[in-house]
Design a protein. Structure first.
Length: 372
C-alpha cells in the first residue's frame, strides 16, 4: 500500500511552526499502519539541546479524557449513575440545592455552572477571562505550592455560578474535574491516580504515561516556556512545577506516541464499551477557556475538518507547555503534537489575543497531518 504520509511535507510543516516562534515541538502522525514522527527546534533555549519526538511532556487537559474514561468504567460497573446528582456521592463538597441539581454528566461535559477555581487560587489571574487585567505573578508564587483539592473545589463551588446547572452553553471549568477525581476516589476506595493508572493507562499499554510524583518530569523532556501574552519576555521556564493546582484533571505526563495509542484504543472500544463511547460523543455547546463556543462531549470533543469527516480528541495546556491529540472518527488518521511554549499571542487594548504567525503555522501542520 502506498504510504499516505509525506515525510518531507510533514517535516517542513513542523519546521515552519518552529520558525514562526515556538522554541521546540514534536509530533507523531498515523495513517493506517504508517507512522511518522518528527521534531523541530530546541528543548532548551540556553543550551540549544534539540527536541526529539520521543520526549515526555506535560499534556494538560488531555488528562480529562483519561479521567472521563475512568468514570465511565465505573458507570459500566454500576458504581456511578451518570444522571445522578453529585450531592448523592459528595454532599459535603457540593451541598444543598446545587448538589441536588448538578449531575455527574454535567460535571463531565462542563454544564454544571460551577465556576473555575483558578482565578481564586492564583490571584494575579483574577481578571480572567478579561486577560488584559491579569498578570503572571501567581505563576511564580505557586511553583512549589501543594494545594489541597478540597480547598480548590470549595473556591469553585462558593464562587458565583457561571450558569444554571444543565444550562446552555456550558462553561469549561477545572472545578468539575476535581470533583470527578473525588467521586472516583469515593467509589473505588483508592486514589484517582492509582485507579486511572491501573485501569486506563495500563489497560491501553502506555509505557511512558504517568502522573507526576513531584514537581519534576522524569525522563527526557523539554523545558516549558510561558510567555503569558507577552507579559513574560523572554518567556520563562516552568518545566519544574508542582501540579497539585490541577491534580488528575490536567497533570498527566505522556508522549505523542502514547497519546495516539490511547485515543486509537479508546475509539476502538478497548478502554470503555461502545455504549459508553457513544455517551462520550454526545456533545453540548460549551464556552472554552479561550472564550470560544465549542461542542463538548464527555471528556472528548469533535474537531471538524474540510470534507474529511470528524476528528475526536482533546487539547491541553500547562504553564509553558501545550499538546493536542486527535483521531478521525474511523480511526484511520491520527495526530499528536506537543509544543514547549504557551500564550504567545499578545493582547490589544481590550484584552483580545492578537493573531500570531504561530497560529497559521499550526493550522497548516494540522491540515497536512490530517489530510496530507
Amino acid at each position: 500500500m502506498r504510504n499516505p504520509l509525506d515525510p518531507a511535507e510533514l517535516s517542513a510543516a513542523l519546521e515552519n511552526v518552529h520558525r514562526a516562534g515556538i522554541p521546540g515541538l514534536f509530533a507523531e502522525v498515523r495513517a493506517g499502519d504508517h507512522v511518522w514522527r518528527g521534531a523541530a527546534g530546541v528543548a532548551d533555549v540556553a543550551t540549544g539541546r534539540p527536541v526529539t519526538a520521543d520526549m515526555r511532556h506535560r499534556v494538560g487537559s488531555i488528562t480529562k479524557t483519561f479521567t472521563a474514561a475512568a468514570v465511565l468504567q465505573q458507570v459500566e460497573s454500576g458504581q456511578i449513575d451518570l444522571d445522578a446528582p453529585i450531592g448523592r456521592y459528595l454532599p459535603k463538597l457540593v451541598p444543598g440545592e446545587r448538589g441536588d441539581a448538578i449531575t455527574v454528566r454535567m460535571l463531565i461535559n462542563h454544564t454544571s455552572g460551577l465556576a473555575e477555581y483558578l482565578p481564586y487560587a492564583y490571584p494575579s489571574l483574577k481578571g480572567m477571562p478579561v486577560i488584559a487585567e491579569t498578570g503572571p505573578q501567581s505563576l511564580d508564587d505557586h511553583r512549589f505550592t501543594r494545594f489541597d483539592p478540597a480547598e480548590l473545589i470549595e473556591m469553585g463551588v462558593t464562587a458565583p455560578a457561571v450558569s444554571a446547572p444543565g444550562g446552555a452553553p456550558g462553561v469549561y471549568s477545572n472545578t468539575n474535574y476535581l470533583l470527578l477525581v473525588q467521586l472516583l476516589e469515593q467509589v473505588t476506595g483508592t486514589t484517582a491516580e492509582r485507579y486511572i493508572t491501573r485501569h486506563v493507562i495500563e489497560r491501553a499499554g502506555l509505557r511512558d504515561t504517568a502522573f507526576p510524583a513531584g514537581p519534576y518530569v522524569k525522563g527526557p523532556h523539554s523545558q516549558l516556556y510561558e510567555a503569558w501574552f507577552g507579559m513574560i519576555d523572554p518567556p520563562r521556564d516552568y518545566s519544574v512545577y508542582d501540579m497539585s493546582w490541577v491534580g488528575p484533571s490536567a497533570s498527566l505526563i505522556s508522549t505523542v506516541a502514547d497519546l495516539n495509542r490511547f485515543y486509537g484504543m479508546l475509539l476502538a472500544g478497548e478502554i470503555i464499551g461502545p455504549s459508553s463511547l457513544a455517551q462520550m460523543q454526545r456533545t453540548v455547546p460549551v464556552v472554552s477557556q479561550e472564550g470560544k463556543t465549542i461542542d463538548y462531549g464527555l471528556g472528548l470533543h469533535p474537531m471538524e475538518g474540510p470534507g474529511q469527516g470528524t476528528f475526536w480528541g482533546h487539547g491541553g495546556t500547562v504553564w509553558g507547555g501545550g499538546a493536542l491529540a486527535m483521531i478521525r472518527a474511523d480511526g484511520e488518521r491520527q495526530l499528536a503534537v506537543a509544543v514547549n511554549m504557551q500564550r504567545w499571542n499578545r493582547l490589544d487594548s481590550s484584552g483580545t489575543p492578537q493573531p500570531h504567525p504561530i497560529d497559521d503555522a499550526l493550522a497548516t501542520l494540522y491540515r497536512v497531518a490530517m489530510y496530507g
